[in-house]
Write a protein of this length. Sequence first.
Length: 147
Amino acid sequence: MAATISYSTTIKIGPVGAADAYASPTAIAAIGEITSLSFDGVAQSSLEVTSISDAVKKYKAGILDPGSISIELNLDYDDAQQVALATASTDRLLRSYLISFGAAATGGMTVSGVGIITGFSVKAANDTVLTASFTIKCSAAYVLAAI
């Protein structure tokens, strides 16, 4: 079994097209200086349907939660994509995203969809570079594909 190596992982975030035709952020440059990226994936809610005569609880599948994306990066305000991401944290607009995990040579995959920026923070400490954290809440379904 081959393991996908995480180097070459990138994320691009761009505008959403009109009438549910999501614009692909492929033509947009990747966000620079990322030190870690996490996509927590889907979560299935469960609905209890146990009746009073049941001896064991019963459940049915509820609504899917498409998850969220967490990004940590070295803050670089010369990077236009970092500036765009910071701006997106306050404009309340839906954005398209494209994550490329690894590369084709290492069996990489992409995750694409839409979401809103729900968190932005900056951290400063002694003898370190400024870092920033962003959180994207995914909205609706996402697409997984091989690179």
